[in-house]
Ligand binder design. Structure first.
Ligand code: UDP
Ligand code: MG
Length: 309
């Protein structure tokens, strides 16, 4: 059967959210009157979500379970969803119901008007700490400034994409991925739709600070050379300062000043330069490590169980 809508939900320990997610998505999608499927990508859950997904799939043919062999991360789970989706329009949605399934109808409306990427913009966020909101807001704005593609601000992965777009994304095999950046990079006709991001229905966030930092690093390194350029900038800056300082120090010595004497000045400049050099090395290392990962060419994910067709 030809599928119109594929809904992809990445699942990592969301057992309490699964029944309501299923219920609300079903209600919304049935109201469209079009054939649809719900792809539940189990990203190595350990709380019984895997069994719950299988149970749901056994009673509802709309559900297509993709079960990973271990936890590969949110971005990779989304990628697997793209690979298995058969619909003309593909929607990514969080499993914790922070992205209300009802908003899919608004996204679908824009798609019917001819837009190929319809992303949902968070006009408001409920039930999140000020720290999360603050860091997220800083992150979106930083990414917007320094990357070469204009990735819309306050926009997560919740979006609808046309089949054409998904086919392009499927060819992008990069390992350290940032799906919302990738879907901005491909072009096509894009538009945002505002929505109110709800609080988590149940459970806790699967994005501790460490994971958010990693995502931010992936976003920056995948879409810009800005950190490398910063290293070059500091190189030129310290070279410039030293060129200016040499004659100044020489002249001051000649006229008998003792201003630049002593170990402290030497120590400070050595430490400063050492710091700049190590940070630059670290930045280089980030890029080289990513190159190495790409060169290995391992599969992006390993599925234990996936739909046959
Ligand atoms: N998720 C996942 N793998 C992970 C972490 C998260 O599949 O390693 C899923 C999670 O189950 C949820 C979505 O990604 O459906 C967003 O995660 P979460 O709600 O924890 O992030 P937050 O909304 O707090 O940023
Ligand atoms: Mg969430």
């Amino acid at each position: 059967m030809k599928i119109t809508y594929s809904i992809i939900a990445p699942i990592y320990n969301e057992i309490e959210n699964l029944p309501l997610l299923h219920h609300r998505v079903t209600e919304v999608m049935e109201s469209t009157g079009k054939p649809w499927e719900l792809i539940l990508v189990d990203d190595g859950s350990t709380d019984g979500s895997t069994e719950k997904i299988r149970e749901l799939a056994a009673v509802d043919k709309h559900i297509r379970p993709v079960i990973f062999a271990r936890n590969f991360g949110h971005q990779i789970a989304i990628t697997a969803g793209w690979d298995f989706a058969r619909g003309d329009a593909v929607v990514i949605i969080d499993a914790d119901l922070q992205d209300p399934p009802e908003v899919i109808l608004d996204l679908a409306k824009k798609w019917q008007e001819g837009y190929e990427v319809v992303y949902a913009v968070r006009a408001e966020r409920e039930g999140e700490t000020w720290f999360k909101k603050f860091t997220a807001s800083m992150f979106y704005r930083l990414i917007y400034r320094i990357t070469d593609v204009k990735i819309p601000v306050d926009t997560g992965d919740f979006r609808l994409m046309d089949r054409k777009v998904v086919e392009v994304l499927k060819q992008m095999k990069e390992r350290h991925r940032f799906p919302r950046g990738m879907s901005a990079w491909v072009g096509f006709k894009q538009i945002g739709v505002e929505y109110k991001r709800a609080a988590r229905h149940a459970g806790v966030t699967k994005y501790p600070f460490k994971k958010m930092l990693r995502l931010a690093l992936n976003a920056i390194t995948s879409f810009s050379y800005f950190p490398l350029q910063v290293a070059t900038f500091f190189g030129f800056l310290s070279a410039g300062v030293s060129i200016l300082a040499i004659p100044v120090v020489a002249i001051m010595r000649l006229i008998g000043s003792h201003f630049f004497e002593g170990q402290a000045t030497t120590l400070i400049s050595v430490l400063f330069l050492g710091g700049v050099q190590l940070i630059s090395l670290g930045i280089l290392g980030e890029y080289i490590g990513r190159l190495y990962d790409e060169a290995k060419g391992r599969p992006l994910y390993i599925v234990r169980d996936a739909p046959k067709e």
